[in-house]
Ligand binder design. Structure first.
Ligand SMILES: [Zn+2]
Length: 150
């Protein structure tokens, strides 16, 4: 399973996992076309599938993988699998050229949402009768409780 087509302008098409729906299409600029790992790109979900499952494409191959038995037929000619692998490699290159290459997750920064979560956790702990002034203290209390239990 993978891309059926990818043109030079970044337009692609593929079949969803069900195999029952019309081919899906998207441009590489679609916000749900995402590089989720160095060698994996996730495509937008199929709107017709109940589970809205998303296709994950392998977009990087080792030379060994490209020489594997499924990549060439017995006459040494490239197979459909090889052509698909090349489309996926091309997709990775197009995404990188468009500034959508894989990025390592950023170090977690303290933002407003997390500050609220921390207050929520501290409140819950106070309800349980514990006093903790930070998530580090909460973690220490949990460790103590586990040590006491074990
Ligand atoms: Zn579908």
């Amino acid at each position: 399973m993978g891309l059926q087509t990818l043109d030079a302008n970044g337009n692609m098409s593929w079949h969803c996992h069900s195999g029952e729906h019309d081919p899906l299409t998207a441009h590489i600029s679609h916000e749900q076309v995402e590089h989720v790992a160095p060698d994996v790109v996730r495509l937008p979900p199929c709107p017709h599938c109940k589970a809205h499952s998303q296709m994950h494409l392998k977009v990087a191959f080792t030379p060994e993988e490209l020489r594997a038995s499924n990549m060439v037929d017995k006459n040494g000619r490239p197979t459909a699998s090889y052509a698909m692998a090349q489309r996926h490699i091309q997709l990775k290159q197009q995404l990188e050229a468009a500034g959508k290459g894989y990025r390592e997750p950023q170090a977690v920064e303290q933002d407003a949402t997390q500050a609220i979560d921390e207050q929520e956790v501290l409140r819950l702990f106070q309800k349980l009768g514990y006093t903790a002034r930070s998530l580090a203290e909460v973690a220490a209390l949990i460790e103590q409780a586990q040590a006491a239990k074990g």
